[in-house]
Design a protein around this ligand. Structure first.
Ligand SMILES: [Zn+2]
Length: 101
């Protein structure tokens, strides 16, 4: 399922959130690589701007593959082993308008 603004999602370690905006086709460097001075091509990925389900707050999350909903990097967030974080699409509480493109 394609992510759309208005959708309710969570991750394996946080949430729930409501998607406010999606930036697609980004190839920016992973923060962890930048810290290590590594400069390698990154696969196309998305960045999300999100709020709480009630529309309050503002959260940012990036470097996820929209096809697999997996992060490009591994963390220990809520895991005992290093693993890829993932986005989980929740049951929607209101109709989500699909985009045409
Ligand atoms: Zn990026």
């Amino acid at each position: 399922m394609k992510l759309e603004p208005g959708m309710l999602i969570k991750t394996n370690f946080s949430g729930p959130y409501r998607i406010k905006a999606i930036k697609r086709g980004c190839r920016c460097q992973l923060h962890s690589n930048r810290m290590k001075g590594i400069d390698q091509n990154q696969p196309s990925h998305i960045h999300l701007t999100m709020t709480r389900p009630d529309g309050t707050g503002r959260f940012w999350m990036g470097h996820f593959d929209e096809g697999t909903l997996l992060s490009l990097q591994k963390t220990y967030c809520n895991k005992t082993e290093l693993g890829y974080d993932r986005i989980i699409i929740m049951l929607q509480d209101q109709p989500v308008q699909g985009t045409l493109f």
